[in-house]
Write a protein that binds this ligand. Structure first.
Ligand code: HEC
Length: 205
């Protein structure tokens, strides 16, 4: 188990995605790497009206990491008003801590490559990015949850602004990373490990 965890950790630390159009624009100085719509979307993402950056911040677009430059302690888990009451099967952070205030709190996911990982939220209950924004716009699907984070307060936006926000989220897709052969399935086509992956309903034996 020790060797397996070390090997998995080493592999995960090699998964570095910093070549999206947004990275090329923001960090590598390529002014033209980002579309006009995505640039407008970036501005919206970082303004008070939408509050996205309050939780999705820093280079990973999440507040669940602490670095030497972090300005505040790790917070990392929020109730975004998905359910009220939260289903007993997936109650959120409270399941681990037992503290009532952690009901419905889930880890803030990174938004890197988010456009290719639908469906969304911890239970995949929102089919697309437009749905996630609609969820935030109405202050959550269950806006009355007593533990809901105050940053999910709802907003009004034009459909053009929503399109721009989505263009920004799509600009976080790093195609070079996603198609890097070094990170692809290492097993040959006819290997039993592949067959197992093709049958996800098959219980592990
Ligand atoms: C209060 C903190 C907070 C704010 C503000 C916030 N988010 Fe989130 N966001 C989260 C959390 C926590 C989740 C995961 C919820 C879950 O898994 O149920 C999430 C999920 C998402 C997801 C789905 C990611 C996935 O992989 O499932 C997207 C996309 C997203 N947020 C974009 C945004 C945008 C755009 C804004 C601004 C309009 C925003 N968020 C504002 C905390 C926040």
């Amino acid at each position: 188990m020790f060797t397996i965890t070390c090997a998995l950790g080493a592999f995960q630390r090699s998964l570095i995605s910093v070549d999206s159009p947004y990275d090329r624009f923001k960090y590598w100085g390529e002014e033209d790497a980002l579309s006009k719509a995505a640039k407008r979307g970036e501005e919206l993402f970082f303004v008070h009206r939408f509050e996205c950056y309050r939780c999705h911040l820093g280079v990973m677009f999440t507040d669940n990491i602490v670095t030497s430059r972090s300005g505040q302690p790790e917070v990392g888990f929020h109730n975004t008003g998905l359910y009220d009451p939260c289903p007993a099967s997936v109650p959120g952070l409270v399941e681990i801590t037992g503290r009532a205030e952690d009901a419905g709190r889930f880890r803030t996911p990174s938004l890197r490559n988010v456009a290719v990982t639908a469906p969304y939220m911890h239970d995949g209950s929102i089919p697309d990015l437009r749905g996630v924004l609609a969820h935030s716009a109405t202050a959550g699907r269950a806006p009355g949850h007593p533990m809901k984070d105050s940053m999910i307060a709802g907003f009004t936006a034009t459909s053009a602004e929503i399109d721009d926000l989505i263009a920004f989220l799509e600009s976080l897709t790093d195609d070079a990373f996603l198609t890097d052969p070094r990170l692809s399935d290492p097993w040959p086509e006819d290997h039993p490990a592949r067959a197992a992956r093709m049958m996800p309903t098959e219980p592990w034996k």
